[in-house]
Ligand binder design. Sequence first.
Ligand code: SF4
Length: 721
Amino acid sequence: MERRKFLQIATGGAAAAVGGVVAVWPQAAAGPKLVRKVSTFCELCFWKCGVVATVEDGVVTKLDGHPSHPLSMGRLCPRGNGGTGLLYDPDRLKKPLIRTGKRGGEQFKEASWDEALGYIARKMERIKSEHGPEAMALFTHGHGGSFFGNMLKAYGSPNIAAPSYAQCRGPREVGFQLTFGSGIGSPENTDIANTRFLVLIGSHLGENMHNTQVQEFAECIRRGAKICVVDPRYSVAASKANWYLPIKPGTDIALLMSWVNVLLEEGLYNKEYVDRYGTGLAELRAATKENTPEWAAAITEIPAETIRTVVREMAAAKPAVLVHPGRHVTWYGDDAQRSRAIAILNGLLGSWGSKGGFYLPGGVDIPKYAVPPLPKPARAALDGAGTRYPLADETLASGLCDATLSGSPYPVKGWIVYGTNLVQSLPNPKHTLEAIDRLDLLVVVDVLPAEIAGYADVVLPEATYLERYDDLYAGTFRTPFVALRQPVVKPMYDSRPGWWIARELGLRLGLQQYYPWRDIEQYLDGRLTKMGSSLGQMQKAGVVVYPPEDGTLPADHKFDTPSGKVEFYSKTLAEMGVDAVPKHYAKPEAPEGHLRLLFGRSPLHTFGRTTNNRVMGYVVRENEVWVNNKTAAELGLKQNERVRLVNQDGVKSNAVRARVTNRIRPDCVYMVHGFGHTASKLRHTAGRGASDSELVTRVSVDPLMGGTGMFNNFVRLERGA
Ligand code: SF4
């Protein structure tokens, strides 16, 4: 789809009603209150739903979904509703801190902003003069990180990474790019609301609380669409399904390719779509000839007849079928191929660019604020993207960590870590801490004192998303939109917005020419004015929404693949000497007495970002380990008994409650990610539950794109904790 220039379109009465002061309600006991409604967008996860905040006498008392914002549609998820728990968290970072004790000792002295930023700037200048600007790296997560990315680019470093690529969604981007020439993006371009057949393969929507998708999932159920859930664990989504397939972990590719086999052998694929848009069908047919349901049944432990029945029903619903690509897909080390198998299946059903499948999203170009061209780094990024991992098209956070540890191909001496607790977000924390030991400078910019802050030389307290402006958000969606994040209340304590911190640091580094704007209001107004809008207009509306895109493929659509077609057989992969059609390979089996460790999400928590939130913690205070009841009986394990998990390398977790259930296969255990904090200043969550991250000591790296597969780790359960 063409990205369009800005058109000024009003958002209607609902948006207008939320700008400025709307009412003064007398209160009998406390006297009159000044009540304001302010539009912004959420940052409790990466989905960025529109929010309307109610502020009473300067206190944020309620957060609701913005009625006009396409991602919230008037609702927030439970985490979004609980955002005040972050704003008013008494454990927040309150002042800049400079380390006084040893790394990890959490000993700091309070500093002024001038002192802290001056300290960082001096260290960065020294690193630049001794090792070059590329020796500084940025790890970032969240919308506010863009200002730090721009600052580091102006400084001269290309080493800027988000863990959300190599540790989460990267493989599916590569798998879909290879097949359709286009990744999935965020929010995912899945037309769940209109699908007639939804397949969730390892994706636990509802527990994985992406607001818009969950609302669409509810609509899909209401309309009576057929649903198949493939998961070793009977998830909440599985409870809504027509078919639940408790697959053996690590065998998804076998199931997917057997579905491909049936579509081709029984002639059930979408012939018109494939003839018009596809290439490589004969090679796909030859490569999957032996992948019969009987072959797959022996691998996946799903009966052959069930495999046939489900795919025949899928074919009957084509093209309004959605084999969902998932989001966190770094599991076994062949994850780009697994995602490609999902893409191929969707291609055969004709769902890419069809109603009820994947829509083609539209976007909006927001003109940039004019700054001089950024310097070209003298040395390329050292994470291995595009070289060691040839198909990675974003920087690999784990690759930067590896390179820091090895000092090769050149040394990395400084990290700025924005909004991501690398000790939990990268696998194998021991490895991450060893890399940190090699640094001359570690700067952490965050709202809360998570583990990574305890290792920092300087900690900078950022204002929360409810207290700051960030850059504009141009959403690519069915209905493209532009949204504004703005302060709902003034920053508490001595915290500052990320844009201010990055700019002040940039000025101290002599990068004045990249900051021709005085403050964020001038910057945002400059961009919005060029679009035909203004900051004042956006402050009132919060979001500008464009008419819906058609979202379907035109007859002459040219895909952004080398052939211009949907590539069922990839010559790109063949030329690299790897499988041009995905193949199943056996994964490591559990050592004697061990169970495969799986992890996922809770609807109440965004991993470790929310586990200290007292609002959410009121409902879910700690995680638990799911254990099959037969496995528990063999161990003599009782419901709610506390156990420790000990992995194949002898790493032992905190004690955690056992949830004994028949909702998981006997060969696995499952936990929600993000608990088991050790940072003592996270007083609400420290010591509660267990951390899966510390148990992930073996990583299966995807050779195509560097994704870190984490599900080849095994644990035994130790009673008497
Ligand atoms: S899905 Fe929930 S946490 Fe994420 S942005 Fe939306 S409301 Fe916030």
